[in-house]
Design a protein around this ligand. Sequence first.
Ligand SMILES: C[S@@+](CC[C@H](N)C(=O)[O-])C[C@H]1O[C@@H](n2cnc3c(N)ncnc32)[C@H](O)[C@@H]1O
Length: 375
Amino acid sequence: MDKINCVAPCLMGIEKLLSDELKFLGASDVKAENGRVFFSGDKAMIAKINICSRLAERVYILVSRFDAYTFEDLFQGTTRAPWERYIEKDGEFPVTGRCLSSDLHSVPSCQAIIKKAVVQRLIKHYHTDTLPETGALFKIKFLLMKNNVCIMIDTSGEPLHKRGYRALSNDAPMKETLAAALVELARVRSNHTVIDPCCGSGTILIEAAMKALNIPANGKRSFAAESWSLFPAAIWSEQRKLAEERIKTDSAFKGIGYDIDDNALEICRRNAKLAGVADYITFEHRDIHDFSESFERASVICNPPYGQRLADIETAQEIYKAMGRVFVKKQGFSYTIINPDSDFERCFGRKADKRRKLYNGMISCQVYQFFKNEQ
Ligand SMILES: C[S@@+](CC[C@H](N)C(=O)[O-])C[C@H]1O[C@@H](n2cnc3c(N)ncnc32)[C@H](O)[C@@H]1O
């Protein structure tokens, strides 16, 4: 079994970025759809993507994909799939999933049908009457969308945005994968200076530093497939070793984080240490109204407060106005700001040079990019 079909879900709006990342990591047959990217690779590639991807939410093995209009279609399609290739005789295989815009819309019924079909297939294959489900965990996930079902097994376990460095966070931390996407959009390179003037728990700067230093996003955590006999320990240790060898030790990267919340700044320092990038980032108390920089070049990446209630929105909009004043057009400077407020550009005082829709959790946002410097 050389080539395994896989699918990696991602935040809506970053499918193209994830496709490029997967190709860069060496995946084949890369194809993006809404909120997910299909690809194929061998076992080593699956381990590598779990360890190195900054943008994927998980890596699923795509066991089967077919059209299902009736429960019979779903049952027959599921039994035809080669479950014994992945699930061990004593493996535990809970089934969860979602039905969207499909004739079959009862999630519990689809779960039960898929479970029954997998049980039937495994019982036949392993010549047994019962499956104890006392062994390794093979979480089956299905997504039935427009009468087409993908049935998958999760190789990641905890979602991949859980890198393991954020032991502590402030009130509104952003997902590590979203921060990594902003870093990608801002085209951060290993010799860049990156400034986050509202750094919160420091996620953007930590992701920027990890990218600049080529530190694997998930080099320090474990994955569900590590306990499967299909993925021997040597595959994981080899991929971790190779990823560590690619870490840059001569990077001129500099990260600078400001915030008015001293507690958040303390959290930043601890998280940066856990991520192994504390030597590359400084965190300082500073109000965005006092933002000014003496650097020749820098990428400013920022997730300012959104404001939920009316009074908060007014305060937030004052901050956007201040940003418009202090984020001056300057050769070598670019500004990448994520925000849900449809009035952001009016408050900021300039039209963005580039805009892109992204979601921060359930909140629909725009990423505004300012990089043209002519007055
Ligand atoms: C949405 S949070 C940023 C979250 C951050 N991206 C993270 O992942 O943790 C906004 C941050 O802006 C900070 N902030 C609010 N007003 C500020 C101001 N006037 N100057 C600088 N920072 C400010 C808040 O303390 C908060 O930490």
